[in-house]
Design a protein around this ligand. Structure first.
Ligand code: HEM
Ligand SMILES: N[C@@H](CC(=O)c1ccccc1NC=O)C(=O)O
Length: 277
């Protein structure tokens, strides 16, 4: 028999009295003491951790998307590609996480659903910020945050900024002449399909070799939306599985509302142009 492994002999640091440790760096005391179930239901811990981890991944998605938008608006297109790819992967990660939550049956959930009161993912301000940044904009979605003025102000400020797609269109217009007014839009509304923009994107798609960077940018955006749509679909499927057609705790019609959201197109031009190719 070999001796048991002695980490100290191997050189592992054992003394963290005056050194930054793993837990110090990652602030694990704060993160791992933030789970407070308010019922005795065995699955509430799963529910809390599922949402907290989703919010952490959304935090990273926002970090990447804000940086990608800044890079696109300064014409720094390559680093933005990396950020967009990473954001799509974050959504892939979130999509995989539904498999864990799906192990919670309606019987498990109904034991603590009433303790959730009127709270709902509908009030996730990070989710709303992602939607606003990507271009699915609706000022009415800020109202549930009126009791937190700093959050409401952050979301309102986002509505005044160009969306990620608006920045892509600036790069498109640098390369391909657009008719007068083609870029006019109400920034507080979702992206509407725009024929002139679709024609310009179609030029890019007909000749990718000439417009490789724009072609790649458009495909990165489509890829991101593809994963985002899968998230919406997984959500509504899980919701139907767990609460059927009950109204949501947030007060919406529940699955019916979420199904309506499945029809949202974040970047309509990039989908519609394909019909004309
Ligand atoms: C059993 C699990 C879940 C159920 C039954 C459920 C149910 C619902 C319902 C019914 C809505 C509509 C709003 C309302 O409450 O009236 C909603 C919205 C929402 N939920 Fe969930 N949800 C679940 C899990 C999750 C998870 C894990 C997340 C991740 C963060 C999440 C995030 C959201 C978001 C962001 C919205 C707003 C969607 C939008 O406005 O388009 N939900 N959820
Ligand atoms: N809207 C859900 C409740 C819910 O899922 C929820 C409640 C509090 C915190 C996050 C939630 N997740 C997503 O909406 C329901 O109607 O059952």
């Amino acid at each position: 028999m070999t001796d048991p492994y002695d980490p100290a002999k191997d050189g592992a640091e054992m003394s963290f009295d005056a050194r930054m440790s793993y837990g110090d760096y990652l602030r694990l005391d704060a993160i791992l003491t933030a789970q407070h179930p308010i019922s005795d239901a065995p699955d509430e811990m799963l529910f809390i951790i599922q949402h907290q981890t989703s919010e952490l991944w959304m935090r990273l998605a926002l970090h990447e998307l804000h940086a990608a938008r800044a890079e696109l608006s300064s014409g720094d297109i390559r680093p933005a590609f990396k950020r967009l790819t990473r954001t799509a992967r974050i959504f892939e990660q979130l999509n995989g996480a539904w498999d864990v939550l799906r192990t919670m049956t309606p019987a498990d959930y109904t034991t603590f659903r009433k303790t959730l009161g009127q709270s709902s993912g509908f009030q996730s301000w990070q989710y709303r910020e992602i939607e606003f940044l990507l271009g699915n904009r609706n000022p009415a979605m800020i109202r549930p945050h009126d009791h937190r003025p700093e959050i409401a102000a952050k979301l309102a400020a986002e509505l005044d900024r160009p969306s990620l797609y608006d920045c892509a269109v600036v790069l498109l217009a640098d390369r391909i002449a657009l008719p007068q007014g083609a870029r006019d839009r109400d920034r507080h509304a979702p992206h509407a399909p725009n024929d002139a923009l679709q024609q310009a994107w179609a030029e890019v798609y007909r000749d990718p070799a000439t417009h490789w960077d724009l072609y790649e940018l458009a495909e990165k955006l489509v890829d991101l939306e593809d994963y985002f749509r899968r998230w919406r679909f997984n959500h509504v499927t899980t919701v139907e599985r767990v609460i059927g057609l009950k109204r949501g705790t947030g007060g919406t019609s529940g699955a019916a509302y979420l199904k309506r959201m499945l029809a949202v197109e974040l970047f309509p031009d990039l989908w519609h142009l394909r019909t004309a190719l």
